[in-house]
Ligand binder design. Structure first.
Ligand SMILES: NC(=O)c1ccc[n+]([C@@H]2O[C@H](COP(=O)([O-])OP(=O)(O)OC[C@H]3O[C@@H](n4cnc5c(N)ncnc54)[C@H](OP(=O)(O)O)[C@@H]3O)[C@@H](O)[C@H]2O)c1
Length: 258
């Protein structure tokens, strides 16, 4: 029989891409549940903005910042050095959320976009997972990848992005089998269209018009908000889902159905 997962009153989550959009909403949600949060991303100013929001929710909890470019070859070593420097001793969940999006078709897309998206969307999660895995193994923790409905079914004008997310999904399921031996769970959420800075319409002057047009494509009648993802993401990381691994959960207003 395997040892039960140990839970402490100070559970800790590390979230990449925590300076904006879905990652920021996840950080605030976990802080609200009284978790310690490690915020990972490239822009310190964006991480500081999220830190302030988290502090409002959980003034007594440690909010840590780990500025890191996940697309670089030394990202794993830098994350390991950060863990060592900060003396982080325990981690219960890692959320591989950071990602980039670009449009492009097969015959015309810039190959540099393929390389960049592969570095950020596939190798980024791999690098962070390798760096934090010893702590996750120790806590019998959880990994959650934020993928995309486009990783399940690509579209002609998002080929590099869709392929990168499909690779992420494939890796997650393969690794879930291996990590299960350590009691570590690996799950994936595939969001549909969510209103965040990843989309050019997010800051556009005619945003409401665009949202109205997109609304009609969504079975549940609206584009998502980052907060639409937080409860189920939390459930997949927290105690209560100890028997769930390799899951691929669509949270997308039903768009994968049409
Ligand atoms: N919004 C949607 O419609 C949608 C749909 C499906 C899936 N998703 C996925 O959801 C995740 C979050 O995206 P979002 O919608 O919340 O967009 P977002 O606000 O643009 O968030 C992406 C985050 O990733 C970080 N990031 C980008 N490149 C990075 C790098 N090289 N190293 C470290 N961090 C990096 C960015 O922070 P810095 O620039 O500071 O590094 C940013 O905070 C992504 O994986 C995305 O593919 C989004």
């Amino acid at each position: 029989m395997q040892a039960a997962k140990t839970t402490t009153s100070h559970q800790t989550v590390a979230i990449s891409g925590a300076g904006s959009g879905i990652g920021q909403a996840l950080a605030v949600h976990f802080a609200k549940q009284n978790w310690q949060v490690v915020l990972i991303g490239r822009r310190p100013s964006a991480l500081q903005a999220t830190e302030a929001l988290c502090r409002d929710q959980a003034p007594s909890r440690a909010i840590m910042m780990c500025p890191l470019d996940l697309s670089t070859q030394d990202a794993q070593a830098k994350a390991e050095a950060w863990i060592h420097q900060t003396n982080l001793k325990s981690l219960d969940a890692l959320i591989n959320n950071a990602g980039q999006f670009v449009r492009g078709e097969t015959l015309s897309a810039d190959l540099a976009d393929w390389t960049r998206l592969y570095e950020v969307n596939v190798l980024g999660p791999l690098r962070l997972t390798r760096a934090f895995y010893p702590l996750l193994r120790q806590s019998r923790g959880a990994i959650l990848n934020i993928s995309s409905t486009l990783g399940l079914k690509g579209t002609a004008d998002t080929v590099a992005y869709s392929a990168s997310k499909a690779a992420l999904n494939n890796w997650a399921q393969a690794f879930a089998v291996q990590a299960a031996r350590d009691g570590v769970r690996v799950n994936t959420i595939c969001p549909g269209l969510v209103d965040t800075p990843i989309h050019s319409f997010h800051e556009a002057a005619d945003k409401e018009k665009t949202l109205e047009q997109l609304r009609h494509l969504q079975p549940l009648g609206r584009v998502g908000r980052p907060e639409d993802l937080t409860s189920l993401a939390y459930a997949l990381c927290a105690s209560g889902s100890e028997w769930t691994t390799g899951a691929m959960l669509n949270i997308d207003g039903g768009i994968h159905l049409v």
